[in-house]
Write a protein that binds this ligand. Structure first.
Ligand code: AMP
Length: 216
């Protein structure tokens, strides 16, 4: 069993690629961002430090996220492996995850999506998400067939609140300051890190990921 960890800046395509990979490998896609947003939709944590951090483009406290992830990875569908998207984002999270995996004899592989920040900003400002089913669109590269309505359920599409340009800048800064050291930490520890060019269509990037991983 393997833990596949997708690392990359906001907008590098982690969520999209994690979904494709989860479909191919038949293991769950675990996104801390989605889990946190789902909790807010259910009214859990609204008006707390968690929602405050998310709206400001800052990171949620390590303890909160570590607990969420451990609960999720303990579920039966994760017993054969899983894909982590948006976690770990700090060295403290990476250490906590490593310990959890070590106890269970799970090995790690990191996929690092490499992308230029100018592309990231263009992608995020054009990103829209269905408010009901969560399907992600891009007004330029993957537009819905009807004006800002979801193709699957007709629900209105919306911009994520943290995709506003000033918040994007904060998120990129958080990535540089707190998450890029995680990449260095994995490399120093000798973990298998696969650097994959994240530019291009989701399908083209997916082909590169599969090649790098040796997945047919
Ligand atoms: P994402 O959907 O991965 O871009 O995450 C959206 C927001 O959720 C981030 O900007 C953070 O505020 C929060 N978040 C998601 N994952 C983590 C994490 N591993 N550690 C801390 N905060 C996180």
């Amino acid at each position: 069993m393997n833990a596949i960890i997708l690392l990359g800046a906001p907008g590098s395509g982690k969520g999209t690629e994690a979904k494709l990979l989860a479909g191919r490998l038949g293991v769950p896609h675990v996104s801390t961002g989605e889990m946190l947003r789902e909790r807010l939709r259910q009214g859990i944590g609204v008006g707390t430090a968690v929602s405050g951090a998310m709206l400001a483009g800052a990171l949620v406290a390590d303890g909160v996220v570590n607990r969420l992830v451990e609960e999720r990875l303990g579920e039966p569908d994760a017993a054969r492996g899983f894909i982590l998207d948006g976690y770990p984002r700090t060295v403290a999270q990476a250490e906590s995850l490593r310990e959890w995996l070590r106890v269970r004899g799970v090995s790690e592989v990191v996929i690092h999506l490499v992308i230029d920040y100018n592309i990231v900003i263009a992608r995020l400002t054009n990103r829209r998400q269905c408010l009901r089913c969560g399907t992600v669109y891009n007004l330029i590269s993957k537009p819905p067939s009807r004006d800002e309505l979801c193709d699957l359920d007709g629900e209105k599409l919306a911009m994520r609140e943290d995709d506003a340009e000033p918040v994007i800048r904060e998120r990129l800064e958080a990535y540089e300051r707190q998450t890029s050291p995680v990449l260095a930490w994995y490399r120093e520890a000798g973990t298998r890190v696969l650097d994959v060019d994240g530019d291009g269509s989701p399908e083209a990037v997916f082909v590169r990921i599969c090649q790098a991983m040796g997945v047919g």
